[in-house]
Write a protein that binds this ligand. Structure first.
Ligand SMILES: Nc1ncnc2c1ncn2[C@@H]1O[C@H](COP(=O)(O)OP(=O)(O)OP(=O)(O)O)[C@@H](O)[C@H]1O
Ligand SMILES: [Mg+2]
Length: 309
């Protein structure tokens, strides 16, 4: 089921002294997000990620195109009760404590009483701020503010969350916590749409990703499919080769590494893989593994952005 439907969304900003020169921040974006998935919204600086999220949050008005969330237009206040939003670089009033902020946001959603108290406490624990529950936010470093930002986005128990750079400003442990939170949201059936620059985190948890560049969608798909596009070679590991195997198989491989009694062969795709495997079987070597060598998302991202320049 599609829970976010973006259709030909375009946003121009008027810039310059006379506000006459339009800058196209988002160019005809169409995208669907499915219920229950973790969707990674990627792109370099200035790609239009935050602009897209702000359009979805109805904080900006599109130049053209439209979007629907849970079947409702983005302006629907009823629908808004079922979504959560973490803005990029969130800022909260300095003299509040985490508990006070969450209580405040919860009341905006019409929550109160014991229910709100319980939820506030549980969320503060979940995001790892239990020890700082009653400290004022002015004493908080960026990482804690970010955690609190995630907690406030979850106070209404949303069906879909939109996180704009949830890992930014966090150390590796903090990033692991955010990954854990996102995965636990998915386990509860929550749809997570998040933008990020931190590709290993995206790679670790996303079902699908898209790559946006200069306002245009470059690519969208399951991570496995996107990275498969770049598979150019296979790695074959065998053991039990006679000492001359290196010479005998040499012509079939791009690279050979010897690791104790094992050989690691790097073979180009297609027929070369078949030839190498036939050699392995003919020689009665023991086949340990055959794996496609995938570029990391990081490598893929770089080449996707580069090839569009
Ligand atoms: N309010 C605005 N007025 C004018 N231009 C804007 C405005 N907001 C964004 N832009 C421009 O629109 C483009 C897209 O910006 P956006 O903030 O959406 O990118 P982003 O992908 O979120 O980048 P980052 O990774 O740096 O957060 C940029 O060129 C930016 O300068
Ligand atoms: Mg941004």
């Amino acid at each position: 089921m599609t829970v976010v439907e973006i259709e030909n969304l375009t946003k121009d900003f008027a810039v310059g002294f006379w506000k006459k020169r339009p800058v196209r921040a988002l160019d005809n974006l169409s995208l669907q997000i499915n219920q229950g998935e973790i969707f990674g919204f990627l792109g370099p600086n200035g790609a239009g990620k935050s602009t897209t999220i702000k359009l979805l949050m109805n904080l900006l008005y599109p130049t053209s195109g439209s979007a629907r969330i849970l079947g409702e237009p983005v302006a629907s206040t009823e629908m808004r009760k079922n979504i959560g939003y973490l803005p990029e670089n969130p800022y909260f009033y300095d003299y509040l404590t985490p508990a006070e902020l969450l209580t405040y946001v919860g009341r905006l959603f019409g929550l109160g009483g014991e229910e709100l108290k319980k939820r506030t406490r549980a969320l503060i624990e979940d995001v790892g701020l239990g020890h700082a529950e009653n400290r004022q936010l002015r004493q908080f470093k960026k990482g804690r503010v970010q955690r609190l930002g995630i907690a406030q986005a979850l106070i209404n128990d949303p069906e879909i969350v939109f996180f704009d750079e949830p890992m930014s400003g966090l150390d590796p442990l903090g990033r692991m916590d955010v990954r854990r939170i996102i995965l636990s949201l998915k386990a509860r059936g929550v749809t997570v749409f998040f933008s990020s620059h931190i590709l290993p985190d995206v790679e670790a948890i996303c079902d699908r990703v898209s790559i946006l560049n200069r306002g245009k969608l470059q690519e969208v798909g399951a991570l496995a499919d996107i990275l498969k596009v770049g598979v150019k070679s296979h790695e074959i590991i065998v053991s039990g080769g006679a000492p001359d195997i290196k010479e005998a198989i040499g012509g079939l491989c791009e690279e050979i590494h010897v690791m104790g009694d094992r050989f690691q062969l790097r073979v180009r795709d297609g027929k070369a893989v078949e030839d190498a495997l036939r050699f392995v079987f003919d020689r009665k070597l023991e086949l340990i593994s055959v794996n496609p060598v995938r570029p990391s998302l990081e490598e893929h991202f770089r080449s996707a952005i580069y090839s569009s320049e």
